[in-house]
Every structure is written in C-alpha cells, then in structure tokens.
Design a protein around this ligand. Sequence first.
Ligand code: GLC
Length: 433
Amino acid sequence: MRRTQHWFEPARFGLFVHWGPWARAGWEASWPLVGGVVTLPMGQDIPAETYHANADGWQPDPAAPEAWIAAAAAAGMRYAVLTTRHHDGYALWPSRHGDHGVAKTAPGTDVVGAFVAACRRHGLKIGFYYSLPDWHHPAYPAFTDAMRPYVFGGYPVPSAESWAAYQAYLRGQITELLTDYGPIDMIWFDGAWERGAEMWDVDGLERMIRQLQPDILINDRLPGHGDFATPEQFVPPEPPAEPWETCLTMNMSWGFNAKDDHYKSPAALVHTLCEVAGRGGNLLLNIGPDGEGRIPPPQAARMAEFGRWMSRHGEAIIGTGAGLKSWQFPGPTTLKGTTLYCHLLMQPVAPVSVRGVPVQHLKRVSVLGHEASLLFETRIPVLDELMHVDGPGEVVIDVPMALRDPAATVLVLEFDCDPARSDPAAPSTETMA
Ligand code: GLC
C-alpha cells in the first residue's frame, strides 16, 4: 500500500492556512519583502526594514485556529496545513532556534500548538507548511534591498560556514516541529528552488524526518523526494501518475488582502473540487485570515457553501477514486466500489448520457441526497443485443429540475460490477445454448 493511501487519497479535500505578521498589514506572505512576484499580482513591494518591523508587537490570537478548523470540518475538509514558517522566517511557534517569531513578539503564544489541538479536536489530519528558505536569517543570508530585483536562479551563495549554521538552524526547527506536537501527518515544504537538492541535503533531511515521524507524508517540494505532487493554482488536464494535490487560492492572494476581491465564485470552487476528485487528486483550498485571525467574510461565505454542498454530496468526493474517461460523461465522475458518481457541472437542456458502461449491470439511478429512483433508458449495439453480449452500452437519464442542485448535481449509478470495467464479457454459454 502506498503511504498516501492510508488517509491522504481518501481525504480529497483539505484547508491551507496562510497566516503570519503580514496579515495585520494586509500584505501578501513574504513576497513584498523581495519586491513582489509576477504570479501574485495583488502583492505589494515593501522595503526590508519596514517589512520586518511590521512583525514587532504582533500578538497572534491563539484562539484563531479553533475557528478555522471548525469551519474546515463543517466544509467537509479532512486535513489542514498551516504556514508554520513562510519565506520571511517568522515562526508561529516558540522556536528555540533563531530569534524571529512568536517567541520574541508574543511570548507565551504558540499558534502551532493551538492549530494542532484544534485539528485533533475536530478529527482533521495535521500538516505543517515549512519554507526551506528564510529571507530573514543572517546565515541564509537575509534578503536586503541591495539584492533587488529578486531573480529566480540568481541567489547570493553563502560561505560554507554560514551554510553549515543555516543547516543546523533548519534541522533544529524541523526537529522541534516534528518532536514537540505528537504525531504529525504531513510536512509541506516550499522554496527549494533557491538552492540545489545537494545543498539542501534532501536525502539527509528525509532520513531525519522519517526517523522522527515514521508515518508522515512529505510533499514533492523536497526535490527528488516526496509522496505526492503539488500543482499550484492549477488543475492538471491529465492527472499526474503519482498521488497529487492542487493548492488553490479563493482570490488571487495567499495572505490576507482586503483589497483583493478577485474571487472565484462559490460554485466555481465546488466545481474545482469535483474536477480534482474526478481526476483522482486532492484540493488544498486556501484561506488568508486577517491580523486578528478572522476568516475574511468572502472566504467564510465560500467555506459555508462547501458546507452546504458537501453535507449532501460528500460521499461523491471523500473516499472515492478517479472515475471514467472524459468521453464517457460530460463532467467529472468518481468511483467508490461499484457505485459511480456523475457530477453535473452544467444544467442539462436534454437527457444526459453515460457511455461505455456495463448497462446490463446497472441496478439503480438516483440523484445524490434524494431518495427517489430515477427512470433511465439503456442502449447497446443492435448486434450485441441480438447475440446477448454483455458488453458496454449507454445510459440515458432525464434529470428532473426539482432535484437539481444550484452548484453541482450528482447522479448516482449503482452497478453490480465494476462500472469502469473495460473488457466486454463474452456471450454467456447459458444464453448461447
Ligand atoms: C508559492 C509561494 C508561496 C506560497 C506557496 C503555496 O510557492 O512562494 O508564497 O506559500 O506557493 O503553494
């Protein structure tokens, strides 16, 4: 069994939380410090000194994670990933390594501890985002205004001595995170692009991590390693061969930005979850709480819409596998045993067809969340019918208006064999005789 099969693949839906001192100013996470990045057009450009000064005196509310995780559980999410330390180096737990984080600006506060406790209370799996680069640490070395513009691929090379010090710091922090909070389910690295796999000593890091937490999952941003791929802001048209998770913002920012109102609609986000599950992947959907830890109202509204939709349709997402090929139904499909879920992301103007399925084994069709069985018709090639071939055919279903969901309607097709079975069975000897 693959490591990801235990909980990650069945989970399908998780919460990403980007939170740090940047939130109190309404700035994007870390990137303003280096002058911004084209992929985050709503981000700012803030001089280094001003950027770091914003962290002074920030008192993150340790009650905030409880509200995020309660909202995640209500939305049908099964795990959560928190930015324990982003590229700007600010640690959300009282680290004994380095001098930048809650230990200094808010003594006695442990956001990571509160997050872990909330996840355990609500039964969500626990993930730690951790940036390999630290743009504040002198041995990294810290990013200064003189290094602008930030160029991908062109980084200051630290002396061997500095790099050894940075490695010790990095390992010290990761060890704390993976020792002080009990079993942790996932570590989500980021930023490896700034140094080669060799400099990060990815093999050594992985060994250390698996020793501390034998069951942990590691994302693929530890180059050459990792249990799952992480397409960002993008649903792959063809699913990657390995397990995968798309991380996605609701607007155009990871961090809190009241001015960013470029939101995807609630229905579009539900559709993305259906598309991702239909390709056998996970969706890690982001919130960027404000400086006080509150979920911004447009994001809370989208979480609530997921709650509404998932309470009725969760069984078509959680614990399912990828469904049929794209020509077989005009929308994503998911599979659980012999049950096929067909996700209708558009309002059909005529009866819909499911093609290439073993129609003679179809026992019942219904709309998820409604008791009634629907009438359906089946068609198979004429010759197959005459010869009693138990081959694939098509199902035609008229979806009653009254049973349609405003975001996405799910048809449930119950078979008595694998609906994705590809080899048409030979004519049975019984019927031949
Ligand atoms: C990017 C960004 C970072 C963000 C991450 C989430 O790599 O550098 O700001 O946290 O994506 O996937």
